[in-house]
Design a protein around this ligand. Structure first.
Ligand SMILES: [Zn+2]
Length: 269
């Protein structure tokens, strides 16, 4: 009996939808793809969908666990703060962005600072826990957008991202890049219908540098794109830093939520 050959004849197998995160296919009766999976949370203006996210995984990213906020809530808290700071001026008072009510932070729009509300600041490790959820969220956005735009997100080289973002295993460094000039560079569409850019140069960096400079809501993040990042971190980071030195002055390893300049303090400096 040659099962292998029989299998290769079943052409429909190639069309069965698989989940980017848990790798289960819709042939499995417990796996459904009914809900729309936004690559960037809808609450942040995300309009694009990834068709390869099963309902269970989709639900997972929006659910709090072990006394921590969900990945999506942390993404929203951070980037809403940016949108609020970028748009909450007198001229744009009617703007939707100016209505942000943060769950975790007290905002000070005059000196562009934010601090944790007392109820959270007394929770030990809350900042670090937020940072971890945020980083997982950044990788979630990366892989879902990559899948949506290139259809190559299933590749085994991204398994380390699945382990971290979906299964909360290990840790992957992300560097926050502080812009050189105190100006927020963005295109209006980035805030209205945010998406990642995978044009040729950036794709080349993913392959050659093993890093991707991810731009979203005017922020720059440097994220590893290969499992072996720890072996090549120093040389690749050096390459990336040199390449980006015209745009950024600082590359900060994100350890605490406040390591990311969500409130755009750099603009006031
Ligand atoms: Zn799944």
């Amino acid at each position: 009996m040659n099962l292998k050959n029989n299998h290769s004849l079943e052409e429909h197998e190639t069309e069965v939808r698989k989940c980017l995160w848990c790798n289960l296919s819709e042939e499995n009766l417990q796996v459904t793809f009914n809900k729309k999976a936004h690559t960037i949370p809808q609450s942040l203006g995300g309009k694009f969908l990834c068709n390869n996210v099963c309902d269970r995984c989709n639900h997972y990213f929006g659910s709090p666990e072990y006394n921590r906020p969900s990945v999506e809530v942390v993404l929203r808290e951070g980037f809403e703060l940016t949108r609020y700071m970028a748009f909450s001026n007198e001229k744009k008072k009617s703007n939707n962005y100016a209505r942000f009510k943060s769950t975790f932070f007290k905002l000070n729009t005059t000196n562009r600072t934010f601090s944790l509300k007392p109820i959270y600041s007394i929770k030990p490790g809350f900042q670090a826990s937020m940072a971890r959820q945020f980083k997982r969220g950044i990788f979630k956005i990366f892989l879902e957008e990559y899948q949506r735009q290139t259809n190559n997100g299933m590749e085994g080289r991204f398994d380390f991202i699945r382990e971290f973002a979906r299964y909360d295993l290990n840790d992957i460094p992300i560097f926050y890049m502080t812009p050189k000039i105190p100006v927020l560079f963005y295109i209006e569409s980035e805030f209205i219908a945010p998406e990642l850019n995978f044009h040729q140069t950036l794709q080349k960096k993913i392959d050659d540098y093993e890093f991707y400079d991810l731009n979203i809501f005017g922020h720059g993040f440097l994220i590893p794109t290969y499992r072996n990042w720890n072996l090549t971190l120093e040389s690749n980071i050096r390459k990336a830093k040199n390449d980006l030195k015209g745009q950024y002055i600082e590359f900060k390893l994100i350890e605490s939520f406040e390591d990311v300049d969500f409130s755009l303090k750099f603009m006031g400096s």
